[in-house]
Each structure stands twice: as structure tokens, then as C-alpha cells.
Write a protein that binds this ligand. Structure first.
Ligand SMILES: Nc1ncnc2c1ncn2[C@@H]1O[C@H](COP(=O)(O)OP(=O)(O)O)[C@@H](O)[C@H]1O
Ligand SMILES: [Mg+2]
Length: 242
């Protein structure tokens, strides 16, 4: 199953939120090949977050079909999600949150090994290594609720990477970061993408730190795919649209 060359395929996908009449994304056709790195751009409220959450099987699809390495997300969503690392845009952390940064990164491993299994040496090593790469090993024992927004963002990125998924979905992953991390973390994502062959989708509304490995840019507006092209061509069209 995992040998499929197509990582993500959306066919005529529309998503309607409960109580709404208008679909937030509509009639999306999109194919992402294994090992591609794709940027998704678009103005506020254009449907970028909805697109990622729909791919991740977190929202009911109104119309159409999505497969992840050949797994239909409506019928095999749990198996599909084992292959996906997701960094949400609006992760809510209560100030009294008892979980430490280490616990949160380890949750990435649990979502791969199953909550009923005990993490082994390899899981611990993977968590430690990923936290070191993100330079958050000093935060390991601190409760999530006591960290700054930028620190929490790094923990969430580490959680996704520690899972070692086949697919990474990032929703505005650089928005809360300090200027130095805004330069370093895109490079780190680039390295993971290249060395671990992770198919990567990055949603953003700006192009600062655009990654050199980016092969394709998708622009959405009003819930529809307006542009799906090489970065040069897509950016030209994006500028003419905005
Ligand atoms: N939970 C929700 N319920 C109803 N409408 C929503 C919900 N979340 C988002 N929307 C609407 O869906 C559209 C797309 O939102 P979103 O995917 O968050 O856009 P983006 O991430 O591009 O800013 C917007 O019009 C937004 O108001
Ligand atoms: Mg969003």
C-alpha cells in the first residue's frame, strides 16, 4: 500500500461545516505525489485550514473522495492518520495544562505505536533527538501551559516530526516563531523532507523562508483551487490575483 507513488489524492472534495450552507472548500481536485513539498497559499478565510483538516479526516467530507497512500480517509481514516503528522494552526493549550513538553512530543510516538503500547528505547531516543534538533530539550520537563506561544509551536512541530510520518501537514507553522527560529525551522523541515522522504504540505499566507525543495504551489481563494503550478509560474499568477 505504502509503495503507491501518490501520497494524497482529492477528487471533487467539498466540505461544509455543520450549520453552514456554503462549502468552506469546494470541488477540490488535487494530487500530491510521494516526496513532494507543496506550499498552499491563500488569503484569510480562503479554506486553507479546512483543506488540511479535511485531508487529515477531522471534518466530514460533504462530496468527493480523499485517499492517503491509497487508503480512503472516510473508511480507513485511523490507518491513514497513522501516516500523517499534523501541526494545527490553532492548538489550544490551557495555562493549567499538566502535560510537559516531553509528554506532548511523546504523544507523536503514541499516535504511531498505539496508546495501549509502552514506548520503548527507540521511542525515547526519537523524542530526545527531535527535541534536540528543535533546540527545546531544555523545555522537556516544563508544563506546556507555562511555555510561550513560540515554544509551544516548536513542541507541536517536534511532536509531528517525532512521529516519523510519511506525510506532514503544517498549518502556518512559522507564525508564532521568533525571528531566529523563523530562519532555522524551515531549514530543519527541508532537511526532514529530503532525508526522511516525507511528503510535505505547508500552509502559509506569506512566503518568507520559502523552501528550496518546494516543487509546487497551490493557491486557494474562496474555497477553490485557483492556481496549481511550479513556484515561479504560481507566484506570477498569485501576484496578478492579489
Ligand atoms: N468551525 C467552523 N464553522 C463554520 N465555519 C467555519 C469554521 N471554521 C472555518 N469556517 C469558515 O470556513 C471558511 C474557511 O476557513 P479556514 O479554512 O479557517 O480559512 P483559512 O485557514 O484559509 O484562513 C471561512 O469562511 C471560515 O469562516
Ligand atoms: Mg487557517
Amino acid at each position: 500500500m505504502i509503495s503507491s507513488k501518490i501520497a494524497i489524492k482529492l477528487e471533487g472534495v467539498s466540505t461544509v461545516y455543520e450549520g453552514e450552507r456554503r462549502p468552506a472548500i469546494r470541488d477540490i481536485n488535487l494530487t500530491v505525489e510521494k516526496n513532494e513539498l507543496v506550499y498552499v497559499l491563500g488569503p484569510n478565510a480562503s479554506g486553507k485550514t479546512t483543506l488540511l483538516e479535511t485531508i487529515n479526516g477531522l471534518l466530514p467530507i460533504f462530496h468527493g473522495k480523499i485517499s492517503v497512500f491509497g487508503l480512503d480517509i472516510t473508511t480507513q481514516g485511523r490507518r491513514a492518520r497513522c501516516e500523517i503528522g499534523y501541526v494545527p494552526q490553532d492548538f489550544m493549550v490551557e495555562p493549567g495544562e499538566p502535560y510537559t513538553a516531553f509528554d506532548v512530543v511523546m504523544m507523536g510516538r503514541y499516535s504511531k505505536i498505539g496508546v495501549l503500547n509502552k514506548p520503548d528505547k527507540r521511542d525515547h531516543e526519537q523524542v530526545a533527538e527531535t527535541m534536540k534538533l528543535l533546540e527545546i530539550e531544555n523545555l522537556a520537563r516544563r508544563p506546556m501551559g507555562k511555555l510561550s506561544g513560540g515554544q509551544q509551536q516548536k513542541v507541536m512541530i517536534a511532536r509531528a516530526l517525532a512521529k516519523e510520518p510519511k506525510i506532514l501537514l503544517f498549518d502556518e507553522p512559522f507564525s508564532n516563531l521568533d525571528p531566529e527560529s523563523r530562519e532555522n525551522i524551515p531549514l530543519l523541515i527541508n532537511t526532514f523532507h529530503k532525508e526522511k522522504e516525507m511528503t510535505t504540505l505547508i500552509v502559509t499566507h506569506d512566503l518568507q523562508g520559502m523552501l528550496e525543495n518546494c516543487g509546487r504551489v497551490v493557491v486557494i481563494n474562496n474555497g477553490r483551487v485557483m492556481v496549481n503550478d511550479t513556484p515561479d509560474k504560481a507566484l506570477e499568477q498569485w501576484r496578478s490575483l492579489s
